[in-house]
Every structure is written in C-alpha cells, then in structure tokens.
Design a protein around this ligand. Structure first.
Ligand SMILES: N[C@@H](CCC(=O)N[C@@H](CS)C(=O)NCC(=O)O)C(=O)O
Length: 250
C-alpha cells in the first residue's frame, strides 16, 4: 500500500496529532497532497497529514481495473467479504488499524490525537470510520461525501460486489444507518457545493442531515452556491476543516 505523509516543523520537537485525509474515486495517495492545499495551514497548526491511496493496486483480479467506479481506485473503505475482493480489498481495516500502527512506529506522531476527513467516496470513508470507531478519532469532517451508499448508484454498484447481496452488510458501511446506531461525540463538519454534478444522484446530503437530526448528532452542513465537486472546491474550504480538527486535536 502507498500513502503520502506531510510532517509539520513542530514534529522535530514533539509528537504531533494526525489528520487522515481519504480521497475519492479515481484518486491516489498523490491527489490530496498535490491539490487540496492543506500543507500550509497544517504547518502552522502542527498537524501531520496522512493521505492513503484509495485501494490496493496491481491486484490482478478480473474486473479490478477499467471501471472508475469499482475495484482499484474505488475501494469504498470497506472490508470486502466476497471473493476475490476479500483477499486484498480491506481498506477499512487498513485505515483503522494497519496504517495508524505503521504511522505510530515510524513517525513522530501522537496517534491518540487523530482526526479523519475525506472527499466524496473518501467522505463516506471518513464518516463511516469515525461513526464505527468514535474511540479512535476525536474529530471528523467531509467534503461532498457519499452519505447513503445503500441508496445511490455508486454504492448500489460497488457494495454488493464487495459485501454480497444482503442490505444488512451495506448498512454497516452507510453513514445514514450508522449514525442512528451510535452518534459521534462532537460536531461533524460537512461542506457541499451546490454546483456539484453528483449532488442529486449520488451525494444527497439531505439524507444525512435528516438522519443526524433524528439521532441527535450535531452536524454543521454548509452548502456553497457555485462550487462543484473538484479539488478547487476542497482547496477553497480546507482551512476551515483543518481548524475544525485542530480545535480538538492540538
Ligand atoms: N472520472 C469521473 C470523475 C471522478 C471524480 O470526480 N472523482 C473525484 C472524486 S469522486 C476526484 O476527486 N477526482 C480527482 C480530481 O479531481 O483530481 C468523471 O469523469 O465523471
């Protein structure tokens, strides 16, 4: 597995908190590092940024490449249970267990202070991971996340192939379902562009808004007129996300 890591200058003197950034469909460990523009403020705030790839690579599985919505580049941050994917596509465990252990062992990181953020499919990853493991992450935020994969075409295509045909298995990786089971101790920040091509068919933030209201989950959902799904949108608001995380991490 590949990942990118930014180490702020403060890490030369003391362990620093860690913010994970999970990227979306078609992205690699380089995308956020190059396009999100998070390093400048992370240097001021003293945050280590960890930006993993979106799936294993070079798996050789039939159907793992050639479709931008499934397989390599589209791991959906689940632990697959269906063959052949279950042998390699275990992004949930990778992000929650394997990667933090590797960071703790090799970098001046205080992993007891970790936050998680993501975009689109990575926003889905950040929300589901934080909701499933609130003891591991002190803060969570997302840009244009997939919040209800069980109900939208991206999820309806990928989740059955990774997890089988039972909707209960999809619900275990669906932020709208998870927040009803267990809330996150802190406000979730979500930014969404109103000119996002995927807003109505794939993202549907109103479903998460409603689920959070019903569950009593504090949510700050900000909608921005004129902004699309791209990293230009992310780079416009990334500072607010870093500050949101720094409030509890630093
Ligand atoms: N390939 C898709 C777009 C995929 C897409 O927008 N991916 C988002 C994440 S869901 C992304 O961050 N792409 C990388 C980039 O914008 O640099 C299309 O042609 O519609």
């Amino acid at each position: 597995m590949r990942f990118a890591l930014y180490q702020p200058p403060q890490a030369e003197h003391r362990p620093c908190p860690v913010l994970y950034f999970l990227a979306g469909l078609t992205c690699t460990e380089e995308t956020a590092a190059i396009k999100a523009g998070a390093q400048r403020l992370a240097a001021e705030l003293g945050l280590i940024l960890v930006m993993p790839d979106t799936s294993p690579r070079d798996t050789g599985f039939d159907g793992a490449t050639g479709d931008w919505e499934f397989g390599e580049g589209a791991g959906f941050y689940v632990d697959a249970t269906e063959a052949p994917w279950s042998a390699r596509f275990r992004m949930h465990s990778y992000v929650v267990d394997e990667l933090p252990a590797l960071i703790a062992a090799n970098f001046p990181a205080d992993t007891s202070r970790s936050g998680i953020c993501g975009h689109s499919m990575g926003g889905h990853g950040a929300l589901t991971i934080a909701l499933k493991h609130p003891e591991r992450y002190r803060s969570v935020s997302a840009f244009a996340p997939i919040v209800a994969p069980s109900q939208v075409p991206w999820g309806r295509k990928a989740l059955p192939r990774y997890l089988g045909e039972t909707p209960e298995a999809w619900a275990d990786y669906d932020a709208c379902e998870l927040v009803r089971r267990q809330t996150f101790p802190g406000t979730i920040l979500i930014d969404q562009g109103e000119a996002d091509n995927f807003l109505e068919a794939q993202l549907k933030p109103e479903l998460f808004d409603q689920a959070c209201a019903e569950a009593g989950q504090p949510l700050l959902l900000r909608r921005h007129a004129g902004y699309d799904h791209s990293y230009w949108f992310i780079s416009s608001f990334i500072d607010d996300h870093l500050r949101h995380h720094a409030e509890t991490l630093v």
